[in-house]
Design a protein around this ligand. Structure first.
Ligand code: BGP
Length: 470
């Protein structure tokens, strides 16, 4: 155990983060419609089948739908101050285009929120996390269709109307920049046997920006102290060498991420994006009020996930040897170790990202995902010795403390998957992040029992000491 030198502020939001389709299960209960995740047997980063296949782990998740009370009690035992979760759009609007919401779906989230409050845990809602109603993909073509902005608006407004006085912290879209890398996941863009066009990708992104800004503005109308953030997957890129060309490439690569927070935090398209779109021959269809909508609906804080850093090089030989994991590939950083899935572990990169984002926007930061996916071994006597996870998290929290000392305004930390859940990129239950082990395998076999890992008590101490006892 080490002592961090710097305290986090009072009320710091320690906790964990999950997404509906990765843990709820009950995919066809309570009036729920089919979502893109329900037909993505290979993981939600991959194009789906359009029909319901037989086995898909997202159908079962870890059955949070019926076990949420037990799970939330465990989070409370760890001392969680906040719990980030997403709303399954298809529980509320089964096909996406209905006029009225499904009351039974809302009731489930009423219950989850009430349970969190019972334990003094602040609910943090992601309105849309890597899924959408399959109906909006099949019948409207996903987010490239402007009408989807209206459907999202209806969905978001129902949630904001119902929960604004119960929930202070919100995010509009999970990892919105991943649209560039996995357009099906975020934007519902899918072309059978073909590439999705860049025109459609950027048009879909524009529609999400407009939809997000509308939700922010509506939230502000309802509650003056509401906090609605963007959520980007931070992907800091280092130049492989001090060669100016490498630096230039790293900067360009980072702009693929910063583009998103720039628009959502500043309220307009930066000149480098306008130039890039022009060079690509892409013309965005904008409605007359869009610029004003973006300007009015800037976010209150910058939410982001952080798992790893990336490296850019112009060296052709090095490029051949690229790795970087199952989510995105990149060049190997010779100074870093990687997880079993090739995600390069870089705690100092988190301090750098915090400084970079705070310098750029001067808005509070909220680290809403971080963690280490690993294969855990359940030993006799219900023991899981996940020291590697503790080491990973400790090293990252130490760097967060240094970022705070640098002057960064950091409001919270919700590590990813506090309870084991289905992986987004692999659709398995092999890659685990939790403090709580779930006895279920990738085929869906197992007792589904919840078992505390070694990291459970460790995180409890971290929270109880407000990040001092690491
Ligand atoms: C983020 C997603 C999450 C989550 C996490 C870990 O990109 O927002 O949904 O799954 O990554 O990824 P994986 O599950 O692939 O290990």
């Amino acid at each position: 155990m080490t002592q961090a030198t710097q305290s986090f502020k009072d009320g710091f939001l320690w906790g964990g983060a999950v997404a509906a389709n990765q843990l709820e299960g009950a995919f066809n209960e309570g009036g729920k419609g089919l979502s893109t995740a329900d037909v993505s047997p290979n993981g939600i980063m991959h194009p789906p089948n359009f029909e319901l296949g037989e086995h898909n782990l997202y159908h079962q998740g870890i059955d949070f739908y019926s076990k949420y009370k037990e799970d939330i009690a465990l989070f409370a035992e760890m001392g969680f101050k906040a719990f980030r979760f997403s709303i399954a759009w298809t529980r509320i609007f089964p096909n996406g285009d209905e006029q009225t919401p499904n009351e039974e779906g809302l009731q489930f989230y009423d219950d989850v929120i009430a349970e969190l409050h019972k334990h003094d845990i602040e609910p943090v809602i992601t309105i849309s996390h890597y899924e959408m109603p399959l109906g909006l993909v099949k019948n409207y073509g996903g987010w490239k269709n402007r009408q989807v902005v209206d459907f999202y608006e209806r969905f978001a407004n129902v949630l904001l109307d119902r929960y604004h006085d119960k929930v202070k912290y919100w995010m509009t879209f999970n990892e919105i920049n991943i649209n560039l890398h996995a357009p099906f996941t975020g934007a519902g863009l899918y072309v059978e046997n073909g590439e999705v066009s860049e025109q459609d990708i950027y048009q879909s992104i524009h529609h999400q920006f407009v939809a997000s800004a509308k939700a922010v503005s509506y939230g502000h109308e309802l509650r003056s102290d509401i906090q609605i953030g963007c959520m980007i997957a931070s992907m800091i890129t280092y130049p492989y060498s001090s060669k100016p060309e490498d630096m230039q490439k790293a900067m360009q690569q980072d702009r693929n991420t910063l583009f998103f927070s720039d628009v959502q935090a500043r309220g307009y398209y930066p000149s480098y994006v306008k130039a890039m779109l022009e060079q690509k021959g892409i013309t965005l269809q904008m409605e007359q009020d869009d610029e004003a909508i973006l300007q009015a609906g800037t976010v209150d804080y910058i939410g982001f996930s952080y798992y790893m850093s990336f490296v850019a090089t112009t060296d052709e030989e090095l490029l051949k040897d690229s790795t970087g994991g199952n989510l995105l590939t990149g060049v190997k950083n010779p100074y870093l170790k990687a997880t079993d899935w090739g995600w390069q572990i870089d705690p100092i990169g988190l301090r750098t990202v915090c400084n970079q984002l705070y310098d750029r926007y001067q808005k509070p930061l909220f680290i809403v995902e971080n963690g280490m996916g690993a294969v855990d071994k359940l030993e006799d006597g219900d023991v899981v010795n996940d020291d590697y996870r503790i080491d990973y998290l400790r090293a990252h929290i130490e760097q967060m403390a240094l970022a705070v000392r640098d002057g960064v305004d950091l409001i919270g930390y919700t590590s990813w998957g506090p309870i084991d859940l289905v992986s987004a990129s692999t659709a398995e239950l092999k890659k685990r992040y939790g403090y709580i082990y779930v006895d279920r395998d990738s085929e869906g076999n197992g007792s589904n029992r919840r078992i505390k890992k070694k990291s459970f008590d460790w995180y409890k101490r971290v929270i109880a000491s407000n990040g001092q006892n690491l």
